[in-house]
Write a protein that binds this ligand. Sequence first.
Ligand code: SAH
Length: 390
Amino acid sequence: MGDWSAMPEDLETPRRPVPGELTFDSPRRGKPRRHLADLTMAQRREAITAIGLPAFRADQVSRHYFSRLGDDPAGWTDVPAGQREQVSDVLTPPLMTALRELTADGGTTRKTLWRLFDGALVESVLMRYPDRVTMCVSSQAGCGMNCPFCATGQAGLTRNLSTAEIVEQVVSGARSLARGDVPGGPGRVSNVVFMGMGEPMANYRSMVAALHRLTERSPAGLGMSARGITVSTVGLVPRMRQLASEGLPVTLALSLHAPDDELRDTLVPVNTRWNVSEVLDAAWEYAATTHRRVSIEYALIKDINDQGWRADLLAKRLRRKLVHVNLIPLNPTPGSMWTASRPADEREFVRRLQAGGIAVTVRDTRGREIDGACGQLAAVGSLSRPLDAE
Ligand code: SAH
């Protein structure tokens, strides 16, 4: 990968947001270089003919990138040696450098810290299970949604990622699996969840283009099933509606965390813009249009949102809908005084939801010991961890 040591370190870190403050727009900064994963097949061919080479070189390089997962132009033996550098400069410029990899669960959970061209840091997490491999990707460096229990939200928004910066996180995980770097033998990425750093709906265009690249067949894209992809949102209602109209049957996950506006206003500040009834209506519209079951995410926080009456109210609001509740025991984050619910309260919460006829699962806490679990991705912390944590 590229050498970034000569790059200027001019990236200001964002100001910490005050409680409740929302940032929808990405600060304007220099753009990462254009990469084939940003482009449609037609645009890639145009880029290649613009430098005077035959259009089919774009197909060849796209195949190397998405099917053979090759990141070294020296291995592109079907491209004349004298053209490889030129073609790679136009279609596969280096986008990011892996600064650090932390592993847990015997190597089957791996968190990678990436440095982008401008010094921005993001993280991605690979999780291998017996029957699937899930890549959790970041859509922004930082996040502007300011949820007080989430480490990413507390650091503010640095910038939106480009489509290729999102796709490359998945392709990199696919490369590690194909090379057999992940215990369990060679494998493939079966699932992608937009649950890393950032609010994907606030970076809508790049996120949707990334969905196209992930699902298009090679050479256009990675050829994944849309059913294996989940986009998680705090609930930007107009964007939820827009996503329903894209014709991409990805799973929508809604970070609800409270069934009542009074509490949700404080846990998910964007609730002051679109309240519980409005986000739930948008979720039901999404389910009706795509026929996909919506996932409701609910972090269980001790004595904050885990009361029996809230479970009952949640069940009431979700009754008879195409929905599934994913409870997440709160993961610890620096500076937060909140902790996960008591086991007995968690069990009672599950019982009441089930009694109300709601499908419910409790998410595992994969990656917690490497700060790679939900809400723990903050990038800067990963740099200061002692090396023996690897
Ligand atoms: N911005 C998007 C996606 C990223 S977070 C969203 O909010 O949906 C993925 C999930 O982890 C969200 O449901 C988020 O609310 C949850 N989460 C954040 N911090 C957490 C924490 N400390 N413990 C457990 N879940 C957390």
